[in-house]
Design a protein around this ligand. Structure first.
Ligand SMILES: Nc1ncnc2c1ncn2[C@@H]1O[C@H](COP(=O)(O)OP(=O)(O)OP(=O)(O)O)[C@@H](O)[C@H]1O
Ligand SMILES: [Mg+2]
Length: 368
């Protein structure tokens, strides 16, 4: 098959814009050259691959190339619909692609919309409020005598303040966990000022944290071995969250944090509960082909959904600490097999002639 790999590269600059005019974390969600090369090499073992950067010329390039299928890892650069832009273009051009459709990608990038869908399906997720100005602070606090309005719960400390529609822990720094009104106001002002988008304030879940990589569709949907985020590997005294610092500052390839445990040490009941909540989330959001879902336990040890990543990052080197490839390795899937498996499940879903890249899964891959 002719496969176009469509991506956004971490760059030093964007034509017409100075790098210094962009926030330092602007490219955090995008892929580096090494990752693009690794995905290309995995696909190229069985297919002809063309590379298409998801920039303003992408539409013309895809129109001219007319690949049989696109392997989509394009995070997009601008706007709340940025992850949907390439899939929407591909639908216009009637070119098939891997992964979720524009609707699922746009909803999943917006943490509040995602949680509204989950709530409508009765799937547990932390109580939250959307905040658009610093004046909203007092209105979200559960104070004596205060009554919640419909759809506007009053929240209890501790809380966490995050930008509404960013990934890769952009804007979720150690100070984002707040325990009083002053800290809440400070963090809301920080997020509103830096990201020029609403902040989402959530009740903070104190329990263990997991992330679940999933591949497949319908009856062939599989959860890979669960990854636990081990907060005891973070520097002493910091908040137990998988913050921007934890992902990008304290954890380096030269000195990786041993922050993932995979398979997570969970008893069978908890494993079943975590997988069940992720499968329900997958179906509520109509995810396709692959995704990574973040889960955390509440004070009573029950899993709740934090957020959903239908375009999961896949850094190739084990020391880069990337959850999806880590889970795949624990299931006996090499990086190359993982990449081709994503392509294959899309090919099967679309009913396209398979490019014969399928490698039989190891027996312990089937968890469900
Ligand atoms: N309500 C919450 N309770 C406890 N911890 C939370 C909560 N929300 C977020 N966190 C912590 O902050 C981290 C980052 O939050 P979140 O997963 O929402 O950000 P993200 O940028 O979308 O992440 P990703 O890199 O997976 O795209 C979580 O992994 C978790 O440790
Ligand atoms: Mg996350």
């Amino acid at each position: 098959m002719k496969v176009a790999l469509v991506f956004n590269l971490k760059r030093d600059s964007i034509p017409g814009l100075n790098r210094k005019d962009l926030p330092p974390d602007f490219f955090a969600e995008c892929d580096d050259k090494e990752t693009i090369d690794a995905i290309r090499a995995a696909l190229a073992e069985f297919h002809k691959v063309v590379l298409v950067e998801a920039d303003e010329d992408a539409y013309e390039k895809l129109r001219n190339e007319r690949p049989d299928i696109v392997f989509n890892v394009a995070e997009g650069l601008w706007g709340s619909g940025r992850e949907s832009q390439i899939p929407a273009i591909l639908e216009l051009l009637r070119i098939p692609y891997t992964g979720s459709d524009p609707v699922t990608l746009a909803i999943s990038l917006d943490k509040a919309r995602t949680k509204e869908v989950l709530q409508a399906h009765g799937i547990p997720t932390p109580a939250f409020r959307l905040v658009e100005t610093p004046d909203d602070v007092a209105a979200i606090l559960a104070k004596k005598g205060a009554l919640p309005a419909p759809g506007k719960p009053l929240l209890k400390f501790p809380m966490i303040v995050k930008p509404l529609e960013e990934g890769s822990s952009k804007g979720i720094v150690n100070s984002a966990v707040v325990k009083d009104e002053d800290e809440l106001g400070r963090e809301i002002a920080r997020v509103l000022g830096k990201y020029h988008e609403p902040a989402i304030v959530e009740e903070w879940l104190p329990g263990r944290e997991f992330t679940v990589a999933m591949i497949g569709n319908g009856e062939n949907l599989r959860c890979l071995p669960i990854v636990e985020i081990k907060f005891d590997t973070l520097p002493p005294g910091v908040n137990p969250i998988y913050s921007y610092e934890a992902k990008w500052v304290w954890d380096t390839s030269e000195k990786p944090l041993e922050i993932f445990e995979c398979p997570a040490k969970v008893d069978l009941e908890l494993k079943d509960d975590i997988e069940a909540i992720c499968l329900r989330t997958w179906s509520a959001l109509r995810i396709r082909d692959w995704a990574r879902i973040d889960v955390r336990l509440d004070a009573s040890g029950r899993p709740q959904i934090l957020e959903v990543n239908p375009l999961p990052g896949i850094l190739p080197q084990p020391e880069q600490n990337s959850c999806f490839p880590k889970a795949a390795r624990a299931a006996g899937l090499s990086y190359n097999t993982l990449v081709r498996r994503v392509l294959d499940v899309a090919v099967a879903r679309l009913g396209l002639a398979a490019g014969s890249s399928t490698v039989a899964p190891p027996a312990h891959f089937s968890l469900r």
